[in-house]
Design a protein. Sequence first.
Length: 327
Amino acid sequence: MSTEAFELLFDDSRRERFAALADVPSPMHIADLSDPALGAELAEVEVLITSWGAPRFDAAMLERLPRLRAVFHAAGSVRHHISEEFWDRGILITTAAEANAVPVAEFTLAAVVFAGKRVLPGLCAPAPGDAAWGDQLRQRSIGNLDRTVGIVGYSRIGRRVVDLLRSLEGVRVLVADPFADAEAVASAGATLVPLDELLPQADVLSLHAPSLPSTFHMIAAEQLALLPDGATVINTARGSILDHDALLAECSTGRLDAILDVTDPEPLPADSGLRDLPNVAITPHLAGSLGTETRRLTDAALDELQAYISGAEPLDPVRAADLARSA
C-alpha cells in the first residue's frame, strides 16, 4: 500500500497487533513491491496485507512472491489487483468491503434525510427575507414521512442502507436488483420490484450497483424520465452507472435534485453544468472510509490474518466468479 495509506490505517495499536500475530519483517511497510532490492525478502513472504496503492499481481509480480498464499486487502474492490495468474496459483484474497460499507451507508442515510427535507435548495439559495422565511411551511413536498426510497443494487451497501432506513418512520423502501432474493429483501423490510416499476414511485433514488459493462449508464434519460417530479437521485456507488448528460438535462429544469459523491469522470470537469446548479450537491468521494473510519479496514484485514493463522475459514473471501457481478 502507499505510505499515506499505511500511516492512515496502521496506528500504534494496530501495528502492535499485526506484529503479535505474525512474523513481520522490518520495516513493516513496503510501498513499492517492484523494488529490485526486495528480492530476498519477497521470496519469503507468505501473506500480504494490502490497501490503496497496491500493485496488480500479474505473472511478473507473482514470480517474485513464490511462497505467497494469501492477500488480505484492507480496502474494498480487489478487481484491479488480480490477474488470471493469481487465480491459477490458488492464492486466497479477502476484502474489507463489508467494513467499508458502514460509512457509505451512513452517508446515504444522511443524504436521504436531507433530500426529504429539501436541504439542497435551501443551502444553495440566497438567505430568505423575513417575508419568505415561512414559505417552506407551505410546501407539501417537504418531509420524510410517507416517502418512498428506491434502492438500486442490493449490494453490501444497499443492504445496510435498507437496514438503516428502518429508523425513518413512515418510509417505504423498494429494491431493484436482478440477483436479489425477494424473501431476503422482504425480511429486511423492503420490497423487491423491477427497476421500471420502482422508478415512478421513488421520491429518492439511491444507487448501489457495481461498475460493470452491464451497468454502464443503467440510469440514463429513459430511467430518469420515469422518476416523479421533485425526486432526488443519490449516487454513492460509481459515476459510470449514471448518465450525467441526462441528469444535467433533468436537473437544469429543476424537476430533479441530485446528491453525487461519485461522478464520471471524477472529478467532473470545471465547466460541467452540474457544478453550477443549486439543486445538485457534489462531494469529493467522501462517503467511503476516511480518517478514523479507515481503521475498520485494518481491523478487518487483521481479523482475516488471525483466522488464517488459526486455520479457520476466511471471513470475506473474494472468488473469481464473484467479480462477474461485483466491484
